[in-house]
Design a binder for this molecule. Structure first.
Ligand code: NAD
Ligand code: DAU
Length: 347
């Protein structure tokens, strides 16, 4: 099989590429990535010399380029992760999210439709999406696969739109697809604009920890390698034209999570107890901030036998260790443009 994975130089994509390249030596894995600020080939050092792996630099916004790529390589399947992925950036520049997340997805769908048209058998377009398309929950309840879409941020609206297009191409043109909607991921290789790596980096550097609003927002956290394992299962065993929710069965209020993170950081850095917590600073809230996300992942558990493999405490500890051992990675990604972003967002 020739499998095109988009966004493979990013956070989740890099873990998926590592898994697929090592596990499926009989398959050829192509990683298409534009290497935006979030894409980093350092995330793929373990696979770069492997015979069943190729990197392709390119932008999914370019339909001509995407068509030429499908023609040249005759892909059998696509696993689509490339996206603009940070909610705060979507609030500042919604158009960039519409371009990559909606138009980029449409370009891939068009190419798949055109090049697979004669023989759709054994082809698959796997669209990797988010639980944010469902909007926000109150204090109770869980998102299921049938929860109505109700996105609140430009990011989630663009992902919801792309999900709808994928489904529409399935219904209208018979394109075989599968979609998964996952909760908040954390782990190695995550760009330090997202809560956990941002706060780890700030604690290392004794900088304030900017908690939005009152910190009483809830997210459902999943270790990134468990997400990659879930994608592998859905790709190979999921029903076509179906949707799977993926979550950690692991809800945390932001402030409780940050407190746990601070405690683990103090221990690992051998700093006096309470030093990191002193850095917590409550700042202006994110506009349209969703109160609570929580996934009902019972379908994937029941149908495909998937479950998270690590507890949150273990996963968080492994994640912190990775950032402490990879200070060079952190220094590379936080130089240059990151400083400008940080100033605009927080200072
Ligand atoms: P990320 O921002 O770390 O990586 C995105 C990757 O896409 C980067 O390598 C970037 O260079 C690439 N990319 C961006 N625009 C591109 C374009 N126009 N053409 C080609 N490549 C482009 O994102 P992530 O956190 O790894 O998320 C991956 C996918 O999973 C996204 O679709 C996201 O919506 C979804 N998702 C993320 C989470 C999460 O918690 N991070 C949870 C659920 C779903
Ligand atoms: O739920 C899945 C989604 O999770 C993915 O689709 C997104 O790509 C991913 O970015 C993530 O979205 P969130 O907005 O939930 O993640 P983020 O890490 O930005 O924020 C997590 C929570 O922490 C959220 O309630 C906002 C809060 N926060 C975040 C930052 C960056 C802060 O309080 N301070 C901050 O500086």
């Amino acid at each position: 099989m020739k499998i095109l994975i988009t966004g493979g130089a990013g956070f989740i994509g890099s873990h998926l590429i590592s898994l697929f390249v090592s596990k499926y030596q009989q398959h050829q894995i192509f990683n298409l990535d534009a290497l935006t600020y979030a894409g980093n080939l350092e995330n793929l050092k373990d696979v770069e010399g492997e015979l069943n792996y190729s990197f392709i630099l390119g932008d999914i916004i370019d339909q001509g380029f995407i068509n030429a790529l499908f023609k040249k390589h005759q892909f059998d399947a696509v696993i689509h992760l490339a996206a603009e992925s940070h909610v705060d950036r979507s609030i500042k520049d919604p158009l960039a999210f519409a371009r990559t997340n909606i138009l980029g997805t449409l370009n891939l769908l068009n190419a798949a439709r055109e090049f697979w048209n004669d023989d759709l058998k054994d082809k698959l377009f796997y669209h990797v999406s988010t639980d944010e398309v469902y909007g926000t929950l109150g204090e109770t309840g869980l998102f299921t696969e049938t929860t109505a879409y109700d996105p609140n941020s430009p990011y989630s609206a663009s992902k919801a739109s792309s999900d709808h297009f994928v489904r529409a191409y399935g219904e209208t043109y018979g394109l075989p697809y599968v979609i998964s909607n996952c909760s908040n991921n954390y782990g190695p290789n995550q760009f330090p604009e997202k809560l956990i790596p941002l706060f780890i980096n700030n604690i290392i550097n004794n900088k304030p920890l900017p908690v939005y609003g009152d910190g009483n927002y809830t997210r459902d956290w999943l270790y990134v390698i468990d997400h990659a394992r879930a994608i592998d299962l859905v790709f190979h065993k999921g029903k076509t034209k179906d949707t799977y929710n993926i979550g950690g069965f692991n809800e945390w209020k932001n402030i409780d999570l940050v407190t746990l993170l601070c405690q683990q950081m103090d221990e690992k850095l051998a700093r006096p107890k309470g030093s990191s917590e002193k850095l917590i600073t409550y700042v202006k809230d994110r506009p349209g901030h969703d109160l609570r996300y929580a996934i009902d992942a019972s379908k994937i558990k029941k149908e495909l036998g998937w479950e998270p493999s690590v507890t949150f405490e273990e996963g968080l500890s492994k994640t912190i260790d990775w950032y402490l051992e990879n200070t060079e990675w952190l220094e590379h990604v936080t130089s240059g443009a990151y400083q400008e972003y940080y100033k605009k967002q927080y200072l």
